[in-house]
Design a protein around this ligand. Structure first.
Ligand code: HEM
Length: 440
């Protein structure tokens, strides 16, 4: 068996955690440059192997849940999602829950969500006036909580509960700091707050489930899919499990979508020529029909290529991880149980073999034919279940914004950079942009 090279610079007690925490994107690029396809590093005791290149990425994505466990790598999420939910469920239940979750996000349901998202976007920009300046990172974080609560939990919830939900959600998120990945059950005020928020959320959602079970109204939101989905033996999910799916779905879609929208708008503002071409494309579509919710479901090749390039250069999920459960082997290297394997989406999107001049933002690029080279939504069995929802949302937002307003960056172009302090990549706050109403 060949030996897996170890990345230089490890400290005796803590390994590479300091350098990794300071800038994990740069660390992973250095690891690949120094060691090649397999690179081992140590995050305060957790020995991790970075797999780089399309063959290694394919091996990662095609790994079975039994050998490469997502659940074991993401145990910090268990108190947030709740007991018995996804990463804490036995394998057969986890599969059913993921299927029910993805059912709610299937392409066919997008016609239910399109008018909801369209209405949220219209309400958001209704009082913008002719011109102004906003921190769009903040704006998109707020908008995507509104769209998520509205599509997942329905209009009543959106109208009455969103303010309380935002506070609870903030407390849940605050419990996801680096120490949660060491031990999410330590006695810590942030964890107590997280647990109280989770309890309160379950109370609210249980009351909604009870109310709906006693009502004849037909709902078209994700909550109704979660409530009517069943396990293999025909039993329904408990309130704890339904609450967990609601939280897990919002977590999966919130920062990924808000970060993408903010980078999308910033890159559009930086690329006026390409933006003009997208506006032309939109005008042609809207000439036939003015309805935002219909049009957001239609194809928009220019806008979609631009979005693809945004997701290549700024992939919201930079690194994916799995825990090795049974000894495995890749390319003559033994990878023993207990280690973690990781892939860097960011690194993959900078591979010059598939993306010539990879640092250059070029919305005319076409997606490489080779599978597992362009992977903003992951791949294999756990590929993003919210892909269709995410695309619909971006199209609705940018159809509404670009037809009405033009955008400019406020600060120096070089000051709009990736913020790597959280688990999901996004532009550094504040992300100030100026808008001005278009003269038709
Ligand atoms: C641009 C936006 C988005 C990006 C870039 C993105 C990216 C990803 C990636 C890379 C994964 C794979 C994770 C892994 O393999 O460990 C994933 C999984 C997932 N995403 Fe997304 N996502 C986005 C938006 C959304 C939205 C809006 C939702 C829901 C409303 C969502 C729901 C999910 C779910 C449910 C999974 C897990 C699927 C499974 O385990 O079977 N995502 N996403």
């Amino acid at each position: 068996m060949k030996t897996i090279p170890i990345v230089s610079g490890a400290k005796p007690d803590t390994g590479h955690i300091e350098e990794y925490s300071a800038n994990f994107v740069q660390f992973l690029l250095r690891a690949e440059a120094e060691c090649g396809v397999l690179a081992e590093y140590n995050l305060a005791g957790q020995e991790t192997i970075l797999l780089s290149g399309v063959e290694a990425q394919e091996f990662f994505f095609r790994g079975s849940d039994e050998n490469l466990s997502r659940a074991a790598a993401y145990q910090a999420m268990v108190p947030v999602f709740g007991p018995g939910v996804i990463f804490d469920a036995p394998p057969d239940k986890m599969k059913s829950q993921l299927k029910i979750q993805v059912d709610a996000l299937r392409y066919q349901n997008m016609k239910n969500y399109a008018p909801v998202i369209a209405q949220e976007v219209e309400d958001w920009i209704a009082d913008w006036g002719d011109e102004g300046e906003l921190d769009f990172m903040d704006e998109f974080l707020e908008l995507t909580i509104h769209t998520a609560t509205h599509c997942l939990l329905g209009k009543d919830f959106r109208d009455k509960m969103t303010a309380e939900f935002k506070t609870l959600y903030r407390d849940l998120e605050a419990g996801l700091q680096a120490i949660a990945f060491v031990d999410p059950y330590m006695q810590q005020p942030i964890f107590e707050q997280r647990d109280r928020a989770r309890e309160r959320l379950e109370e609210i959602i249980t009351a909604m489930i009870d109310e709906r079970r006693n009502s004849d109204i037909e709902y078209n939101d994700a909550l109704s899919t979660f409530m009517t989905g069943t396990y293999a033996d025909g039993s329904y999910l408990t309130s704890t499990e339904v609450t967990g799916l609601v939280i897990a779905t919002i977590f999966a879609g919130h920062h990924t979508s808000s970060g993408t929208s903010t980078w999308m708008l910033t890159e559009l503002a930086r690329h006026p020529k390409e933006t003009a071409a997208i506006v032309e494309e939109l005008n042609a579509i809207y000439q036939q029909d003015e309805t935002l919710s219909h049009n957001a479901l239609r194809e928009m090749p220019k806008m979609e290529s631009f979005l693809n390039e945004v997701l290549r250069v700024h992939p919201p999920l930079v690194v994916l991880m799995r825990r090795v459960i049974n000894d495995i082997e890749f390319d003559g290297h033994a990878i023993p149980a207990g280690k973690t394997v990781a892939i860097s989406i960011f690194g993959s999107h900078l591979n010059p073999e598939y993306f010539p001049d990879p640092e250059f933002f070029d919305p005319r690029r076409t997606e490489p034919e080779t599978m597992f080279a362009y992977i903003p939504f992951g791949g294999g069995r756990h590929k993003c279940g919210g892909n269709a929802f995410a695309l619909l949302q971006q199209k609705a937002i940018f159809s509404a914004l670009l037809r009405r307003y033009s955008f400019e960056i406020v600060d120096h172009s070089d000051s709009y950079v990736d913020d790597l302090s959280g688990m999901v990549l996004r532009p550094q706050s504040p992300c100030r942009l100026r808008y001005k109403r278009r003269v038709s």
